[in-house]
Design a protein around this ligand. Structure first.
Ligand code: F6R
Length: 634
């Protein structure tokens, strides 16, 4: 969803020498900082982009905005160069109110073009506010709810004469979700931001400060950051950061250091971020496991600041998440129930909240989210806490909202995930959820310390095995290239292979726009088998023959059933599984691992398949149509 950048520095144009009166600005021209921030936020998904600049000696805001990709905006700026500035705001818009046109793109201007506003979220009472402003004779140029906020802010500014105070007054009038950033020509060193149920983080520099929808916006310039709380307003100048609440009273923000490497958000020679992130997976899993044992090899999860007595008393776990993160939760359910003997429910966050779920202080709710900003998951977290449940979140992005609103957080260490469709986050979420399961098993005495150590050892062997699967990827790529004309692909799995099948189908839908369905293999005879006819491609995730009794043979029977009806079987099986080989039209081998660990390997060929097929069709695998990386509206 929308990406937001704000910057204020002492305003030297790139390459301009510093004088005695000015301090050199390490990050260069504000316009360049804003564009670089927007480039780094492109992954969130957008359909138009814009920037606004203010600087001394100018009595209005300079701005440029264009529908389409960032390249269009850059082209516009090259054709009509922008002036030197001291502060900038930049925006990538994902259209909600009003189509993705130049006019509807942000920034929106008011106060005789002296004020510019950008916005993420939805202002629910915009129609009523617009009516009020129209009655006062305000003229609107666009159809957006954002312009209403801009005009309201202009009115408040005329009353208060101070941008921070005006922002507080405006925020109090708005209903819905919003992050707003504003600059005014009267105050060319200042950027003011407000947040309500929508993300905003502050980057702390020297002689410069930053604002961003997430830390990716500024990690190229600084790793020092401030996490803002709900309903806060932040005012940045090159040398100050002030935080107040919507009543304009001083408020606290939490400082942290970003542990992502800026280079991790680069393609590093790969054709796409997706390809790079698939290759990052051994590291994502290894880093998520790192530093989580004490000197005696005992699993310690220091971040879990929920009282041990509370965790011992937990009698039900509910995992809430959306999309791929929910499938990671679904995999974790099998492991946690097996290791801890605690019932685990997995629920899509948006269904959970409206279902009137039964939970109490003995329920542990585990919220899984890569971005830490998914609105559906955030709302479910709030709902769970209101019912008295403890919430532990498994999140990848520091400074995001879900960890802040949870009782505890277990961070995955996948690094920035830029491709819109999730890959390495999925593997690291499963890994973190497994750590949680083992920790609970240890704490509650379901597993002895040596058993936990043994299972941890098996998890530590996984990164090398993922690497092997990636290295075998060429056969998957070639198969995918030969299937460009497929119109429907089915995916079957059983036990932990079932959520892997669901994830395989989701990846293919998202990336290649092909109809794809995942089924529990046992469900086949209850309906889906009617879909099978001559040549229908079906992926089947085959469990380990060394695993649970009969699981393997049941899936092998399912393969025979569909093959007898003409299906083309594409089988993911463990090295040495000679029995299944006979029934596979294509077979993708993965190294041998224990049953519960298999999803961490089995999903990789499915990711490579979806990416390669989409690439062969000439599609953009990093930014599939209609999708946003961070879904910050319900
Ligand atoms: C699929 C995908 C989405 C996300 C979902 C949750 O490839 O990326 O289904 O998994 O939108 O996002 P987070 O994990 O950020 O809460």
């Amino acid at each position: 969803m929308c990406g937001i950048v704000g910057y204020t520095g002492l305003g030297l144009a790139a390459g301009q020498p510093a004088t005695a009166e000015t301090t050199p600005v390490p990050s260069g021209h504000p316009l360049e900082v804003a564009l670089e921030g927007l480039r780094r936020l492109e992954y969130r998904g957008y359909d138009s982009a814009g920037v606004a600049l203010v600087g001394p000696g100018r009595d209005d805001v300079a701005f440029a905005k264009k529908s389409g990709k960032l390249g269009n905006l850059v082209g516009e700026i090259e054709a009509h160069p922008m002036p030197q500035a001291t502060a900038a705001i930049g925006h990538t818009r994902w259209a909600t109110h009003g189509g993705p046109t130049d006019v509807n793109a942000h920034p929106h201007l008011a106060d005789g073009d002296r004020l510019a506003v950008i916005h993420n979220g939805i202002i629910e009472n915009f129609a009523q506010l617009k009516k009020e402003l129209l009655a006062e004779g305000v003229f609107f140029r666009s159809e957006t709810d954002t312009e209403v906020a801009a005009q309201l802010l202009a009115r408040e500014y005329r009353r208060a004469g101070d941008l921070t105070e005006a922002m507080a007054a405006t925020a109090r009038r708005l209903e819905g979700t919003f992050t707003l950033l504003a600059v005014h020509a009267d105050d060319p060193l200042k950027v003011v931001g407000a947040r309500h149920d929508s993300p905003l983080v502050v980057g702390l520099g020297e002689g410069e400060n930053f604002l961003g929808s997430d830390v990716a916006a500024f990690i190229a310039f600084t790793k020092e950051a401030l996490e803002l709380g709900q309903d806060q307003i932040v005012t940045i100048t090159p040398t100050s950061v002030d935080v107040v609440d919507f009543r304009n009273k001083p408020a606290e923000a939490k400082r942290f250091t970003v542990d992502w490497d800026a280079a991790a958000a680069e393609k590093s020679g790969f054709e796409s971020f997706m390809d790079k992130e698939i290759h990052d997976q051994p590291h994502a899993v290894a880093d998520t496991l790192l530093g989580r044992t004490d000197v005696d090899g005992r699993l310690t999860l220091d971040e879990i600041r929920i009282d041990e007595a509370v965790l011992r008393a937990v009698d039900k776990i509910i995992v809430i998440a959306c999309g791929t993160a929910a499938y990671a939760g679904h995999v974790a359910k099998y492991a946690i129930e097996h290791w801890c003997r605690i019932p685990v429910e997995v629920e899509l966050a948006h269904e959970f909240r409206y279902r009137d779920p039964i939970l109490n202080e003995k329920t542990l709710v585990v919220a899984i989210s890569q971005s830490g900003e998914t609105m559906d998951t955030l709302m479910a977290v709030r709902h769970a806490r209101e019912q008295g449940a403890k919430v532990l979140s498994i999140v990848n992005t520091q400074g995001s909202t879900i960890p802040r609103e949870s009782d505890a957080v277990l961070y995955t260490h996948a690094g920035p995930e830029i491709a819109v469709a999730s890959t390495k986050a999925f593997l690291s979420q499963i890994t973190a959820a497994y750590l949680l399961g083992l920790y609970l098993a240890q704490l509650r005495g379901n597993k002895f310390a040596d058993e936990v150590a043994y299972l941890l050892g098996e998890l530590r062997d996984v990164p090398a095995k993922i690497q092997t699967v990636i290295e075998r990827g060429e056969y998957v790529r070639a198969t995918a290239r030969s299937m460009q004309d497929a119109t429907s692909v089915l995916f079957l799995g059983r036990h932990v292979g079932y959520p892997v099948a669901l994830e395989g189908a989701l990846k293919l839908k998202e990336l290649a726009y092909i109809h794809a369905e995942g089924f529990a293999a046992g469900e086949l005879k209850h309906g889906p088998i009617a879909l099978i006819d001559e040549g229908q491609p079906v992926f089947v995730v085959v469990p380990s023959p060394r695993g649970r009794d009969s699981l393997h043979s049941k899936v092998v029977s399912n393969i025979q059933e569909i093959r007898a009806r003409g299906a083309r079987t594409l089988v993911i099986a463990e090295d040495g599984d000679d029995e299944v080989r006979r029934y596979a039209d294509e077979i993708f081998w993965i190294p041998q691992v224990p049953t519960l660990i298999q999803p961490l390997l089995a999903v990789v060929p499915l990711q490579i398949f979806a990416m390669s097929l989409a690439t062969a069709k000439g599609l953009d695998v990093d930014q599939p149509r209609n999708l946003a990386k961070s879904v910050t509206v319900e």
